[in-house]
Design a binder for this molecule. Structure first.
Ligand SMILES: NC(=O)c1ccc[n+]([C@@H]2O[C@H](COP(=O)([O-])OP(=O)(O)OC[C@H]3O[C@@H](n4cnc5c(N)ncnc54)[C@H](OP(=O)(O)O)[C@@H]3O)[C@@H](O)[C@H]2O)c1
Length: 253
């Protein structure tokens, strides 16, 4: 339950081992968010994230199996967690994969797996979460989208289109929750230096998980609906979106 001065006391992360989500949890916990539920694929990374939450000062930490591609399990897992914990104040949707566009564009199954992990799966989980948040009458759904979803490039249109879908879905869901006490915050980071982008040359305006987490904390405090991180990307992509297609097509990988 959100405390008397509006601070969340519990967070559920879908994609609990995400580096960005871990940075968010590390900033939420010291603000009295002592209950941390990490839903993810079971494994050492999820356990390490739970350990990091404990180090940050969380006093109740739960890990639970969650696979974004196992859609039939989403509603039962979400329902069980809300029944176990009562109110959950913040839900972070972090599960995602970059894929390897150069091979995935010749491998329909691999491409569909990226799209399911980034869009179809999170969409299903978000509906299950939204029902529970609507019922409790408050809560924040933080959706890790990407500027890659603003306009798909030929070099990453599989990932980019999956984020476009996720982003549009989150916008519509947010509008449908208007007046319910529940708010959706869409986060659009640029290139984040970390595990997902390991070995890649940083794009202009590259950022870090810690900086994304700062932007999320600021957005939660201000009630933002959309957060670009770094903020300059809002204006960069406003221009990018309107570039003539012939120029956009020549954008480097
Ligand atoms: N890094 C960037 O440059 C960047 C930029 C913009 C947006 N984003 C988005 O931010 C989110 C977090 O990314 P990150 O940078 O924190 O990368 P990350 O550390 O690689 O986190 C990705 C998370 O997704 C989880 N995941 C992958 N497939 C899954 C599945 N089938 N079911 C459940 N969980 C699954 C991973 O779990 P495992 O540990 O089990 O693999 C991991 O927890 C992603 O949605 C990403 O698209 C990232």
């Amino acid at each position: 339950m959100i405390d008397a001065i509006g601070r969340p006391q519990s967070v559920l992360v879908l994609g609990g081992s995400s580096e960005i989500a871990q940075a968010i949890v590390a900033k939420l916990v010291p603000t009295r968010c002592k209950t941390v539920i990490l839903a993810g694929r079971d494994g050492p990374r999820l356990l390490a994230a739970a350990e990091a939450a404990a180090q940050a000062g969380a006093d109740t930490i739960e890990t639970v199996d969650f696979d974004a591609t196992d859609i039939a399990q989403h509603a039962p897992v979400v329902d069980r967690l809300f029944e176990q914990f009562g109110d959950i104040d913040v839900v972070v949707v972090a599960a995602g994969v970059l894929g390897d566009q150069s091979s995935d564009e010749h491998d329909p199954l691999a491409a569909a797996q990226v799209i399911t992990t980034n869009f179809t799966g999170p969409a299903s989980a978000m509906l299950a979460v939204a029902d529970r948040l609507r019922h409790q009458g408050h809560g924040r759904l933080v959706v890790l989208s990407s500027v890659a979803g603003e306009r798909a490039r030929k070099a990453n249109f599989i990932y980019g289109s999956s984020k476009s879908g996720l982003d549009a879905f989150a916008q519509g869901l947010g509008d449908s929750l208007e007046g319910s006490g529940v708010r959706v915050m869409i986060v659009r980071p640029g290139f984040v230096v970390g595990r997902m982008t390991e070995g890649m040359d940083p794009a202009p305006f590259a950022t870090t998980p810690d900086a994304v987490a700062d932007a999320v904390m600021k957005g939660l405090a201000s009630g933002a609906g959309v957060v670009y991180t770094p903020p300059v990307l809002r204006w960069v992509f406003l221009v990018m979106k309107h570039l003539p297609r012939g120029i956009w097509r020549r954008m480097p990988g």
